[in-house]
Design a protein around this ligand. Structure first.
Ligand code: MN
Ligand code: MN
Length: 305
């Protein structure tokens, strides 16, 4: 039997990559041959974390064969997963998202908790199994938590995430606040990206009642820095809308220092967003909004009827 492939979602973020590495490591220690893989290019924040803790970049895959054993981390919805997932054998899922568009033919381990990060759940699984956590793995899990919770500022962050991060920082031997800010700042260096690359950095597709929506989020320390190129971004968004037959494209620019976001909205179903926010020049300022999962996605989901 070939190795079990472990991976997170497409357009990988730091949690998806680090949790895949940690999960594969845990499996190997439990005697299951597993390999961490990824479904796309990594961003600069993730690269910073992997370099800092000297972790190997997982191999890129674009599809899986029928019957391939796989472990999903940080996602479950098939449209966010690898091509061929419908015919793969999912043995385990570790995730902190809503469950949707997900079915399996056989029983499986499904570990879900409504916490701020998949890595937090992996930490708890390690503890439950009395498995020691090595500094490198601790550093990767810590990076995932900092990334997903925006250094504890996101409403998705729980007390559990904070406590776990504090423990992991000790094991990894880093100063939590200093490493945290350095990591987040590494991810805001977007200057050398084309508009097309910017839009693919952290895009999630959802579908409800035949309405196809992409929500793309980027982090910055200055919103205007990104949106001064609004014309070019809109051009690229319109191309994506046409190519992927989207009804709605929401581009979210999140200010990680002040915890606000500005959205840029295009598509023939802008009315979905306008039920909640008045758009001016296709834009709206969302005060105190930083979480796609807990704030933006539920708003769009509720407004699609
Ligand atoms: Mn993720
Ligand atoms: Mn996550």
């Amino acid at each position: 039997m070939s190795k079990v492939l472990v991976f997170g979602h497409k357009n990988p973020d730091t949690d998806t990559i680090c949790s895949a590495i940690v999960m594969a490591d845990m499996q190997n220690k439990m005697g299951v041959e597993a390999e961490a893989t990824r479904l796309g290019e990594i961003n600069k924040e993730t690269k910073y974390a992997l370099d800092y803790f000297k972790a190997e970049l997982p191999r890129m895959i674009d599809k899986v064969e029928e019957g391939q054993e796989v472990i999903l981390v940080d996602h479950n919805e098939f449209q966010q997963s690898v091509d061929g997932i419908e015919n793969a054998k999912i043995t385990t899922v570790v995730d902190h998202h809503r469950i949707a568009n997900f079915t399996t033919a056989e029983p499986l381990f499904y570990h879900a908790e409504p916490l701020g990060c998949t890595a937090t759940i992996l930490y708890r699984v390690s503890k439950m199994n009395n498995m020691p956590i090595e500094p490198q793995m601790a550093g990767l899990m810590l990076s995932a938590i900092i990334s997903d919770t925006l250094l504890f500022k996101s409403p998705t962050c729980t007390e559990v995430d904070k406590k776990v991060a504090e423990d992991l920082a000790k094991i990894a031997g880093v100063d939590l606040d200093k490493y945290g800010l350095d990591l987040l700042k590494a991810g805001t260096d977007l200057d050398d990206l084309t508009e097309e690359e910017l839009l693919k950095l952290d895009a999630k597709t959802i579908e409800k009642n035949g309405v196809k929506v992409v929500i793309d989020q980027v982090n910055t320390i200055n919103i205007e820095d990104i949106l001064k190129k609004q014309d070019k971004i809109e051009e690229a968004m319109n191309k994506t809308i046409e190519k992927e037959e989207l009804d709605l494209f929401v581009f979210v620019v999140t200010d990680i220092l002040n915890s606000n976001s500005e959205i840029l909205v295009l598509g023939n179903r802008k009315d979905i967003v306008e039920k909640s926010y008045k758009l001016e020049n296709n834009r709206a300022f969302l005060e105190g909004v930083v979480s796609r999962k807990k704030q933006i996605l539920p708003m769009i989901d509720k407004n699609i009827d």
